[in-house]
Design a protein around this ligand. Structure first.
Ligand code: WT7
Length: 653
């Protein structure tokens, strides 16, 4: 890991940290939700009681008595006696003060606009909840939502939450096979999907993927609800247990459904993420702890205020969209922007044009998007009035100081804090970030742990390493947003995440990191076989085993390059098909098995893969080749002669 620290972060080692830290803009601090440094002291001296600050942002049906029950650690239970309903907290409780305020502003791919006030949202969520009940959904039944970024997705999530049915959102771009795996693993027999959706000019058929998934399931679905997104005459095509969303909901408009009081530790949703063995893991989130942590961080880290227009650009199909596109902003009663389109359609000004048009105050996106903005150039943001912006957030992968500064200058005009937030599907909410009204920012570092969060960077023996030494990032105290478990059971939960140390349980993040003397953490990337692709997580095993299913392929190794794109290195039998055919088949195989997220940027054929003497593929080296970095130590290689050859193939393309 050592030789990667510097080139990953672009951070010259040994730099005086004061020089690299930037104070929050004074104009921002004046109005910040949180500008008291004392919050850190309170969280340290009164842990875990301090976390009631987060829980008290919510309306509880039954108050909690205990903050944290550690008796069955590491199965921690936050606010255990409390009961509440997430949909009530995100919708009903705002009716008294802001029923006519916008809750959701939706911008469709073809510039369609739809807005929902809190009152509209209340009506829609109630009708959808009544419709789900009428379809036989009871408390704790898992409902799968396979929808793109359309208003029906958050509406259905909240409808599920209202009746206590955990949702299982599957990213719309994932394949039929991925959908089937995630449905059967979650024992889900109700599916909400749509006829199709647009990407740029092209309409994609979502329903055929959903149909295909059903054929792969070992059981029959009880009901499928289909949203008409493309204007296809749905009813003509619907089968026996399939329903047109609009018709179904219309039949229940005007009905109200009492929000079900859920135990704090009851599941709000399950979200599948790539596991280290290649089998997806069903990460289960609680209701009370999750919503408390998400709400508190939306307020104190992203500085969102009820009167704001806030845009989280992440797809709701991933955890960022769940926590910071839906639950956090709605729990605070703010206006959340949902954008179905891509940032470069119809042109590269799209994002800036929307920020100007809707006077967006807080914008949250991923470094992969920021890198594209940089590549397109500062002229695009410069043509728009971005003065409504107050704070900029980033998440999903490390941001280089150069990209950070570009975002700070050219989007924020030097007046908006850029908050680099580190967290994971499993953590539910942000754990590392600067509190923008309190602490200085350090470009390239995800900030120190938030108040109440404690970490340790350790070596392979579990010993803490010195400042600036790379090691494994672990979290040493539980936090409210933490996963409650895995669908796959307690054993896997223990095995995947927990390590017992002298001081108690440590949560293994799977990331490498180093910490400076002020506690700022630089994330060095995954230490397991997970790669972050366009701010989403895939395992090398799932990608590689899919590639080797193609006839003629003998071996494959995949890495992520420095733009978060997949580069596949492939060896073929010499008598097999030609490279062009192989390339096409590999692409098809990846897209049909995993989904369009898995489409590789480049496929590089090589006679051999670089391997260590023990036969392990040296992925770090391939990553260096893909990123154009200098190679680290390759003395452990059995076949060093292939390195030059692969390197020149990569450079010559
Ligand atoms: C992995 C989690 C949680 C939101 C989206 C991804 C990487 C996340 C950062 C950051 C450097 C980051 C880590 C982490 N990651 N945020 N600010 N700086 N790396 O969720 O799919 O569960 O992936 O994303 O490697 O472990 P996810």
């Amino acid at each position: 890991m050592t030789d990667h620290a510097d080139d990953r972060t672009g951070q010259p080692s040994g730099l005086d940290s004061e020089e690299t830290k930037i104070d929050p803009p004074p104009g921002f601090v004046e109005t910040a939700n949180l500008s008291e440094r004392a919050v850190f002291d309170e969280f340290v001296t009164e842990w875990p009681t301090c976390w009631s600050t987060a829980a008290d942002r919510l309306d509880w049906e039954t108050p909690y008595e205990t903050i944290l029950d550690q008796s069955d650690a590491p199965r921690y239970r936050w606010f255990p006696e409390g009961t509440l309903n997430a949909a009530y907290n995100c919708v009903d409780r705002h009716l008294e003060t802001r029923k006519n305020q916008l809750a959701l502003t939706w911008i469709g791919k073809r510039d369609e606009r739809e807005v929902y006030t809190y009152l509209d949202l209340y009506r829609e969520v109630n009708a959808a909840a009544a419709a789900l009940r009428a379809q036989g959904v009871s408390e704790d039944d898992v409902v799968t939502l396979y929808l793109p970024m359309i208003p029906q997705l958050p509406i259905m999530m909240l409808a599920c939450a209202r009746i206590g049915a955990p949702h299982n959102v599957v990213f719309a771009g994932l394949s039929a096979e991925a959908l089937a795996t995630r449905m059967s693993a979650a024992d889900s027999s109700l599916l909400v999907t749509c006829d199709g959706y647009y990407r740029r000019e092209t309409a994609f058929n979502q329903k055929s993927k959903a149909d295909n998934a059903q054929l792969r399931l070992p059981y029959e679905l009880e009901s499928v609800i289909v949203v008409d997104r493309l204007g296809t005459e749905l009813t003509v095509h619907l089968g026996e247990r399939e329903h047109d969303y609009d018709k179904l909901i219309s039949a229940h408009r005007g009905e109200t459904v009492t929000p079900v009081a859920r135990q704090s530790t009851d599941r709000l949703f399950v979200m599948y993420t790539s596991g280290t063995t290649g089998e997806p893991k069903g990460v289960e989130h609680s209701t009370g702890g999750y919503l408390s942590h998400v709400t508190w961080t939306t307020e104190s880290v992203l500085d969102v205020k009820p009167e704001d227009t806030y845009w989280c650009a992440a797809d709701i199909g991933w955890i960022t969209g769940h926590s910071y596109g839906v639950y956090g902003p709605l729990a605070l009663g703010t206006t959340s922007v949902l954008y179905e389109g891509t940032p470069d359609y119809p042109d590269r000004s799209r994002v800036w044009e929307l920020i100007e048009q809707y006077a967006v105050n807080v914008f949250y996106t991923a470094p992969t998007a920021i890198r594209s903005f940089m590549k397109w150039g500062e002229a695009y943001p410069a043509q728009h009035d971005l003065s409504s912006l107050r704070l900029l957030g980033t998440v999903g992968e490390a941001i280089t100081p150069r990209a950070w500064e570009w975002y700070y200058e050219h989007v924020g005009g030097g007046e908006c804090p850029v908050v680099d937030t580190w967290w994971q599907t499993e953590t539910g909410a942000i754990l590392l970030a600067t509190l923008p009204g309190v602490s200085a920012m350090k470009p390239g570092a995800s900030g120190p742990p938030l108040p109440g969060i404690e970490l340790s960077v350790i070596d392979e023996f579990g010993e803490p390493v010195a400042p600036y030494e790379p090691g494994y990032l672990t979290i040493t105290k539980p936090w409210p947003g933490m996963l409650q478990g895995l669908r796959e059971g307690n054993d896997r939960y223990h095995r995947e995440y927990w390590q017992e140390t002298d001081t108690g349980w440590a949560y293994k993040t799977g990331d490498g990191a180093l910490v400076d003397e002020d506690g700022y953490v630089t994330i060095l990337g995954r230490v397991d076989d997970v790669i972050n692709v366009q701010a989403q997580r895939l395992t090398t095993t799932e990608l590689e085993s899919t590639i080797v299913e193609v006839d003629g392929v003998t071996e494959a190794a995949v890495v992520g390059d420095d733009s978060g794109l997949i580069i596949a290195f492939v060896t073929m039998k010499s008598t097999a098909i030609d490279e062009l055919t192989a390339r096409n088949r590999i692409r098809e195989q990846l897209v049909s098995t995993i989904g369009s997220v898995a489409e590789p940027e480049r496929i590089i054929f090589t006679p051999e893969l670089p391997k260590t003497r023990s036969g392990k593929i040296m992925r770090r080296l391939l990553e260096d080749i893909a990123c154009g970095n200098e190679f680290g130590d390759i003395s452990a290689l059995r076949n060093p002669e292939v390195v030059g050859e692969i390197d020149s193939t990569v450079r010559n393309k």
